[in-house]
Write a protein that binds this ligand. Structure first.
Ligand SMILES: NC(=O)c1ccc[n+]([C@@H]2O[C@H](COP(=O)([O-])OP(=O)(O)OC[C@H]3O[C@@H](n4cnc5c(N)ncnc54)[C@H](OP(=O)(O)O)[C@@H]3O)[C@@H](O)[C@H]2O)c1
Length: 285
């Protein structure tokens, strides 16, 4: 069962293969969602300073029916933090908000601030933020550190300067959006790829062709999507606060045939993300 399976990060830390996304779960609802998910067997939760629910996620982790060390909690340093001092302060604030002694993983949310996504050059700022994460890692506040939305050049701007190699890169991976070259690069470098928005933020649920393939396997579209990310070797992070969906999303004990994987890898990109298209992460950049 997928909920009992783990990948190992490059530093040996174990990370559950399936995580629960929490973007758009309100701070007042997050603790309950985490506790429900833990009851169903989830052990991995993905939050961010930008989601405004670190407090609720942390509360859920503290109230959950299993010990803290059995859970894997990720948060993200706000994309706008591009200097050492504000990054170091933000790390401590994220811990304080959640009421946790440590996070299992903390990521730089994006290589550029959101209002300049994929535009300006923030290489030096990323190195500063990364040094703050490295120091928190060495101090035991973070068990692993990584990045999100980083392209190969963004990763190289850290490692070429002699800084630690990120253990994780969390990127947009869903049927019809498969950044295969970046995935290959990360996997070659032993950087674990996490696939965010595995269900395309809900938009792919409307696609008739994907539904037809899901029907052929006797699974739901969400299940096909999550299984797809997993078979690419990435960690899917489907978001839901609905226990029925949580259960369904973890019931992915089936295998997508290689020829169907090829169809899905080359599947034409969905037209847009509906009312969520304005988010920088869905801008196609
Ligand atoms: N690093 C980044 O920049 C970044 C960017 C985006 C996302 N993320 C992370 O990735 C997580 C997932 O991405 P996402 O929130 O964009 O979207 P997603 O997980 O691709 O899709 C979520 C949508 O799918 C629906 N859904 C989930 N399971 C379902 C099921 N079994 N049946 C029917 N509908 C289902 C949800 O509805 P219900 O809520 O009603 O179940 C919700 O509308 C985020 O929560 C966040 O943790 C990271």
């Amino acid at each position: 069962m997928i909920l009992n399976e783990y990948f190992a990060l490059s530093n040996g830390v174990k990370i559950p293969k399936l995580g629960l996304g929490t973007w758009f779960i309100g701070d007042d609802k997050a603790a309950e969602a985490v506790c429900e998910a833990v009851k169903l067997g989830y052990r991995h939760f993905d939050t961010a300073e930008a989601y405004g629910n670190e407090r609720g996620v942390g509360e859920g982790v503290r109230l959950a029916s299993v010990p803290r060390e059995e859970l894997f909690v990720t948060t993200k340093l706000a994309a706008e933090m591009k200097d050492y001092d504000s990054a170091a302060k933000a790390i401590d604030e994220s811990l304080a908000k959640a009421g946790l002694d440590y996070y299992d993983l903390m990521l730089i949310h994006a290589p550029q601030p959101w209002n300049d996504f994929r535009k300006g050059n923030y290489a030096e700022g990323n190195r500063e933020a990364w040094r703050a994460l490295e120091d928190a890692y060495k101090a035991g506040k973070l068990r692993a550190i990584g990045v999100a939305n980083f392209e190969e050049a963004d990763i190289l701007s850290l490692t070429d300067a002699g800084l630690m190699k990120p253990m994780v890169n969390q990127i947009l991976v869903h049927i019809s959006n498969t950044p295969q070259e970046l995935i290959n690069y990360c996997q070659k470098e032993n950087i674990l790829v996490e696939g965010y928005s595995p269900v395309a933020h809900g938009e792919i649920l409307k696609n008739e062709d994907i539904r037809a393939m899901a029907d052929r396997y006797g699974v739901s579209v969400a299940q096909l999507c999550i299984r797809y990310d997993l078979q690419l070797g990435t960690v899917p992070l489907p978001k839901t606060a609905n226990p029925e969906h949580m259960k369904e999303n973890a019931a992915i004990d089936f295998e997508i045939a290689e020829e169907d994987m090829n169809v899905l890898r080359n599947f034409e990109h969905i037209k847009d993300y509906g009312e969520f298209t304005f988010f920088p992460v869905f801008s196609g950049k």
